[in-house]
Design a protein around this ligand. Sequence first.
Ligand SMILES: [Zn+2]
Length: 283
Amino acid sequence: MNKIDSIQRILFDDIDVRGVVTGLEQSYQDIISLHNYPGVIERILGEMLAAVSILSTNLKFNGKLILQAKGAGSVTALMAECNHLNECRAIAQFDGIIDDSLSFRQMLEDGYLVLTIDPEVGKRYQGIVPLENDSLADCLADYFQRSEQLNTQFILACDGVKARGLMLQVMPAAGSGSEDYRRLSMLARTLKDSELLSLDNETLLFRLFHEEKCRLFPAETLQFKCQCSRERSETALKLLSAKELRELVEELGSIDIDCQFCNSKYSFDRIDVEQICLQKLSK
Ligand SMILES: [Zn+2]
C-alpha cells in the first residue's frame, strides 16, 4: 500500500456528501511503541487516531482537534489529537489487565465522548455525548447526529500494525433526507475491516463507489509529532509563584516535567528556576 500515512478527501460530483479516507502505519507505530499498552487498547487508540485525523480536515484555522473518551471502567481515559499540520499523538489511561474481548463501550463503562476544537487563537469549543453504542465508529456517528444533526458514517479499523478510517458525511445543505447519502452509506457498510486495512485508496474507492462519479483529492501526509517542548514546560511552571517554585526545587532538587505522550523529560534545576523567577519579575 502506498502513502498509508495520509489523509485524502473524496469528492463526489454533484452529490452533497463529503468523504475522507485516512491511514496511519509508521505514525501509529511511532505512537504505540512509546508505551506498553494491552493489545485491545493499542487497537482502539488506532481507531481514535484514524477518527481524529479524519475530523481534523474540518479545521478551518491553525489549531488542533482532540478526541477523548472518558469512563469509569478499567479504562479511564483515551485521547487522540491531530493539528492543522496533520501531526498527531495519542495516550491511554487504564488500571490492571484489560480483557481483550471488551468492546469500546464496555472498557469505558458509563463513558462519554468529548470532542474539543482548540484553535491557537480564540475560544475552545467542546461537545460531549454519552457512549451508547458498542463501537467508536457508531458513537461518533451518534455525536454528529446529536450535535450537528448531520448523518455521518464512520468505518474504522486497526489491526495493531496500522489503522484506517473512512468517513462519509452529508453536507448541511442536503439535510437528513438525502437519498444520495443513504445509498453511499449503504455501500460503505459493505466494506469489511480486512478490506479497509489492505486496499489502497484508489482500489477502495473503486470497490465501493465504481458506479458513482467520485475522485480523490491529493493525499496529505500524516505523522506522529508531540507538541511538548522545554518552552511549553517553562510556560506551565510560570503559572506557579516564585515562592512555590523555589520551595519545590528546594524540596526535590529539581523540578521534572514528564510528557505522558512521548516520554520526554524536561528538568529544571535551581539555576533554571531562578531564571524563571527573574523572567516572572521582569514581566
Ligand atoms: Zn511530548
